[in-house]
Design a protein. Structure first.
Length: 318
């Protein structure tokens, strides 16, 4: 586009989001800059559409699916309609803080080699109370392909939420839409493809709020077993980018970190009475990781002193 300021499309997939969709949409509409907001309702059974339609704003475009497409199919429905140069993904549960969209857009404008930017979120409870975070983060501001591969192979997805992510439209055109064959891990699969073609920017100043609650789509008791199935597909992709020896070392590290976390899912499923699901998930964990490492780490309730054995790209902290 030429002749005017860069144009941002905010993509907002919705499914049974009546509890928080109004707050999310209001926070989007309060952003600075030129916006269109594409809201795609995935055949909700609650008042989501009525709440969206109550916002009389000509920047909102509402799409309605007659059948449920799932989260990534619903995002793709939005992406097929975007007119903006930059596409901000967002979740029905979350809240934008002032200046969020303009900060994301400014970062991409300043780095022509970057196809995506993500922002570090603050976390809130269902009721909106701020959750404390003590995490340290040495992720660099500009993430090239070797750095991305090292971080994602060891630790998983870099963005904490789809709400954190803005993408250039021409990057989507180049790498394609989300793979809706994934139910819960389609975001990581998409980031993998994008990172091979473009740099990624990380903004550490938190300008959005991500809500943690039992009803969220990524709740491990519901999404955990399916995620383990999809993790196996992603592991094949990661392993194909490394030598056999390096991948063996990475897999041991993943067992002590991600494997331990996944065993926690199994325990919580069993504690909630979902014995069959827990048994299936335990089998999947065993298929994914060296189980003795994962179990030892889980029993100790901490990482067993393990650090990545494959060195990071030059200058990258471990």
């Amino acid at each position: 586009m030429t002749g005017h300021d860069p144009y941002v499309t905010v993509v907002l997939p919705v499914y049974n989001g009546e509890s928080f969709i109004g707050e999310a949409l209001d926070s989007i509409l309060a952003q600075d800059g030129l916006l269109e907001v594409i809201v795609s309702d995935d055949n909700s059974k609650d008042r989501s559409v009525a709440i969206i339609e109550s916002r009389a704003d000509n920047r909102i475009r509402i799409l309605k699916n007659s059948k449920n497409k799932g989260i990534f199919g619903n995002i793709n429905r939005c992406l097929e309609e975007v007119r903006g140069e930059f596409v901000q993904l967002f979740s029905q549960d979350d809240v934008m803080m002032p200046g969020f969209v303009s900060a994301q857009m400014g970062a991409l404008e300043g780095h022509s080699s970057a196809g995506m930017v993500y922002n570090r979120p603050k976390w809130i409870t269902k009721g909106g109370q701020l959750l404390e975070s003590v995490e340290t983060d040495d992720t660099p501001d500009i993430i090239d392909w070797p750095t991305y591969l090292w971080i994602a192979s060891h630790f998983g997805a870099l963005p904490a939420s789809i709400s954190s992510v803005m993408i250039r439209k021409n990057a989507i055109d180049r790498v394609g839409l989300f793979d809706n064959g994934y139910a819960v891990a389609g975001d990581l699969e998409f980031y993998n493809r994008l990172a091979e073609a473009f740099d990624i920017i990380y903004l550490k100043d938190s300008l959005h709020l991500v809500r943690s609650h039992d009803g969220m789509a990524s709740n491990p008791l519901r999404a955990g077993p399916r995620y383990l199935e999809e993790e196996a597909r992603l592991e094949r992709w990661f392993s194909s980018r490394w030598s056999k020896n390096d991948w063996h070392k990475i897999r041991d590290f993943r067992a002590a970190t991600r494997g331990r976390y996944h065993l926690g899912w199994v325990r919580r499923m069993a504690s909630s009475g979902k014995w069959l699901e827990a048994a299936r998930a335990a089998v999947r964990v065993h298929q994914l990781y060296p189980l003795h490492i994962a179990m030892w780490s889980w029993i100790l309730s901490r990482r067993p002193g393990m650090k990545p054995q494959v060195p990071p790209p030059s200058g990258e902290p471990q």
